[in-house]
Design a protein around this ligand. Structure first.
Ligand code: SAM
Ligand code: TMP
Ligand code: ZN
Length: 405
C-alpha cells in the first residue's frame, strides 16, 4: 500500500507506465550500461485527492551539474517569464525594498527581469550547470535545494520575502512538508507564495500522459493544493489557468486569513467537482485512453516502417522519454530526434537510446514524417518548419489521439 506523501491517506494507483529511465538523463554512448531505471506509476490519494507517483527518485540523481533543461530555451517560455516578472513587479513587488525569492530559478531568465527592475532578489538552484548560466546573467543565486533549513538560513540573513515564486519546480519536490515549513519560515506576514505547475485537469482532458515522469512527482489540482495549503497554515487565495507547458495552473497561497480568496478559486474547484476530476472512473478512463494511444502510435509507426517511410522525432523533451519507453519506440522506428538544446545534442535519449541531433539535420534530411514530441510548442515549431509541410512532410501528433496532419 502506498501512503500519501502529504496526508498519509491511501494512494490508489491508476496507471503503471512500467520501467522508465530518468526523463532528462540524455546519455553518452559510454554511459548506457550505468543507466538508472525506476518504476513509473501514478496514483490518487483517497483522502486529499493529491495525484502522486508511487516511487520517488533521489533528488541528486536528477538535479546535478548536467541537468539539461534551460528555462530560456524557447521563445514561448521567454515571453511567459518576461510577462510574469513584469506582472509581479507591478503588483506584489511594488513597495519599497521588496524581496523576491525564486525556487528553481534554473538559468536565471525570470530572475534577470526582476533584477532589471532594481528589486532585491535571490534564486535557489541546485543544478550547477544552469546555476552557472544564471550567475553569468548577474543575478543573486544560492546553489542549494530550497527546503526548511536553507529557507530559514536566508530568513536569518536577508529578512522576510514578499514573494516566493516558483515555476515547474514545486511538483518536483516530494518533501512538501519541508518545503512548506521553509515557505512559512521565509515569507513575510502578508507575503505570497506563487507557483505554477502542469495542471491535472489539462492532463486528463488532453490525455497528455507524457506529463507523467520522474520529475513530476505531483500532478496538482485546485482541490489538492487547497488541502495541502490548509495543512501547513496557508490558504489558496487565487488560481489562474495558463496555456504554457501543455496547460498549467498558477496557485497563489497566503497565510491563512491574510487575504480574501478570489472568486477564481471557487470557480475552478466547482469545475473540478463537476468533471469528477479525481473520481476513480475518470482516472480509470484516462488509463484506458493511454493504452489506446500506445497501440495506435506503435501501429502507425510500424506500418510506416513497412512502407519504407522515414520518421524522425521533433523535440527531445523530458516528456518524450515516457512515450518512447512506455510504447517501446527505439531508433528502428524513429531514426533520430532533433532538438535545439546543445546539452542534449549528440547524446542518446533516455532508455530507448535514439540519437539526438541538431535541427540542421531535420532541414537537410527531408524526412517523410516527424513525430512531434514537443507538442506543447506546436504553433512555434509548425510556423518555423513550414517548408517541411510544404514539401510533403507530415506531422504525427499523439495527444489527445494519434493523428497525422
Ligand atoms: N523554473 C524554471 C522554468 O520553469 O523554466 C525551471 C524549471 S526546471 C523543470 C526545475 C528546476 O528546479 C531545475 O533547474 C532544478 O534543478 C530545480 N530544483 C529542483 N528541486 C529544487 C529545490 N528543492 N529547490 C530549488 N530548486 C530546485
Ligand atoms: P519543454 O516541452 O520541456 O518546453 O521542452 C521543449 C524541448 O523541445 C526542448 O528540449 C527544446 C526543444 N525544442 C526544439 O528543439 N525546437 C523548437 O523549436 C522548440 C520550440 C523546442
Ligand atoms: Zn493525501
Amino acid at each position: 500500500m502506498i501512503e500519501c506523501r502529504i496526508c498519509g491517506g491511501v494512494v490508489e494507483e491508476f496507471l503503471d507506465l512500467g520501467r522508465q529511465p530518468l526523463c532528462d538523463a540524455f546519455l553518452r554512448p559510454a554511459d548506457i550500461d550505468a543507466e538508472f531505471f525506476h518504476r513509473l506509476a501514478v496514483g490518487c490519494c483517497e483522502t486529499c485527492t493529491l495525484v502522486q507517483l508511487a516511487e520517488e527518485v533521489p533528488r541528486t540523481r536528477m538535479f546535478h551539474e548536467g541537468y539539461p533543461y534551460h528555462s530560456s530555451g524557447t521563445s514561448v517560455m521567454r515571453e511567459h517569464f518576461a510577462r510574469t516578472a513584469l506582472g509581479l513587479v507591478e503588483t506584489e513587488l511594488a513597495t519599497a525594498d521588496s524581496f523576491f525569492v525564486e525556487i528553481g530559478c534554473n538559468d536565471g531568465f525570470l530572475l534577470r527581469k526582476i533584477a532589471e527592475s532594481g528589486i532585491r532578489h535571490l534564486g535557489f538552484e541546485p543544478a550547477a550547470g544552469v546555476a552557472k548560466v544564471a550567475r553569468e546573467r548577474d543575478v543573486r543565486l544560492r546553489m542549494d535545494f530550497f527546503e526548511e533549513s536553507t529557507a530559514a538560513a536566508v530568513r536569518e540573513t536577508e529578512g522576510p520575502a514578499d514573494v516566493i515564486y516558483s515555476a515547474n519546480t514545486i511538483c518536483q519536490i516530494p518533501y512538501v512538508d519541508s518545503l512548506l515549513r521553509g515557505v512559512d519560515a521565509l515569507l513575510s506576514p502578508d507575503g505570497v507564495f506563487v507557483f505554477e505547475d502542469p495542471y491535472l485537469g489539462d492532463v486528463i482532458e488532453r490525455i497528455s500522459f507524457d506529463q507523467i515522469c520522474n520529475e513530476h512527482f505531483y500532478l496538482f489540482s485546485v482541490r489538492s493544493v487547497r488541502a495541502m495549503a490548509e495543512r501547513f497554515g496557508f490558504e489558496l487565495v487565487d488560481v489562474q489557468r495558463l496555456p504554457v507547458q501543455g496547460g498549467s495552473v498558477r496557485y497563489t497561497l497566503a497565510r491563512a486569513g491574510a487575504r480574501r480568496p478570489a472568486p477564481s478559486v471557487a470557480r475552478l474547484l466547482a469545475e473540478e467537482n463537476a468533471q469528477g476530476l479525481t473520481e476513480p472512473d475518470t482516472l480509470r478512463g484516462f488509463a484506458s485512453s493511454v493504452t489506446r494511444i500506445r497501440d495506435d502510435l506503435v501501429g502507425l509507426l510500424r506500418s510506416l516502417q513497412d512502407q519504407g517511410k522515414t520518421v524522425v522525432g521533433y523535440g527531445a523533451t523530458a516528456k518524450s522519454a515516457t512515450v518512447t519507453n512506455f510504447c517501446g519506440i527505439g531508433p528502428e522506428l524513429v531514426s533520430y530526434v532533433c532538438d535545439t538544446t546543445p546539452a542534449k545534442q549528440n547524446r542518446l535519449t533516455p532508455g530507448m537510446h535514439i540519437p539526438v541531433r541538431p535541427p540542421e539535420s531535420f532541414a537537410t534530411d527531408d524526412p517523410d514524417y516527424a513525430l512531434l514530441f514537443a507538442w506543447n510548442h506546436a504553433e512555434e515549431i509548425m510556423a518555423k518548419e513550414q517548408r517541411f509541410r510544404e514539401t510533403g512532410g507530415r506531422w504525427i501528433l499523439y495527444v489527445p489521439e494519434v493523428k497525422v496532419v
